[in-house]
Design a protein around this ligand. Sequence first.
Ligand code: UT7
Length: 327
Amino acid sequence: MLRRIKIIGTGSAIPPRVITNFDLEKMVDTSDEWIKERTGISERHIVDKETATSDLVAESTLIALKAAGLEAKDLGAIIVATASPDTAYPPTACWAQKKLNIPGIPAFDISAACSGFLYGLELASALVESGRYRNILVSGAEVMSRIVNWEDRDTCVIFGDGASSVIVDRSDGESGIISSYLGADGTLGDLLYQPAGGTRMPASQETIDKKLHTVHMRGKEVFKHAVRTMGDAAIRVLKEANITNKDIALFIPHQANLRIVDATCRRAGIPMEQTHTIIHKYGNVPAASIPLTLNDALQKGRIKRGDLLLFAAFGGGFTWGAMVLRW
Ligand code: UT7
């Protein structure tokens, strides 16, 4: 059954500083050729010293509000999906709320790594449908540059910083979520995680010396799971929506690696021409990847009202999800 919600505004915040593959060649033993061939990434954006995740949330929110013809005071709730929060607590959503100066409404984070935006959208749609909330902000935001190990070529070459926000309200027309699916498998958590800094391994001199506060990833294994899980999730929501890949105007996948996107598309039978990607210029921006791609596709005129969009995500946890949305 169609869940009548509508994305009424979108906006992205991309830090101006660019780090190219050639810059990385000077930092770790890598090459532009390797990074491009193995990941599809040419460059990524990185924040300056003063900027934290909530700053990008606030900046992208103001743009999304303007697009929706609203002001910050019109928001009903703030949901931030992030794997790189400002602080363990309070939530990054609360720091963004402070910056937007709209105390009072609920504000909280979703920690579901790269799948966080789809988790957030699912939750926002339930809140809107309950009839008790309107104009919910869902932001995917990351400052990965602060939590990657810049000496580890396995990880530092793929991540980037950025945020993108959407505002979700009820729909009176045909716009809405036609099918969606979320999943997780915590037994595989340590294939992609940040070991130290929580209650399992609090900060100590040793954790700092061993750089255990940075992203640890078993890339090859994550890759295989990502392709299988995103591909199968996409097939599942298409089936539940009673449509085929031919009905989809655009596929918007999470982008950790262009080869993952390519293999996922092949598994789900979706041509690459039907897929919008931005990884070449932004890298993997975990929870922000999908909304950044959505906003980019909108700006490039690839989406019009009434189109069927397919989303699929996969990330640490492992977590995953997919959704068919009528724009
Ligand atoms: O956001 C969601 C979660 N994240 C992901 O989904 C990421 C999933 N994983 C990946 O994208 C890929 O596994 C990576 C990009 C991380 C690595 O690519 P790969 O094709 O799986 O490379 P690999 O780990 O199998 O390494 C192949 C070779 C190795 O050398 P040897 O052993 O063949 O001599 C690595 O040491 O490439 C080497 N290598 C590099 N060489 C140059 C690994 N990283 C680099 C590098 N530059 N940055």
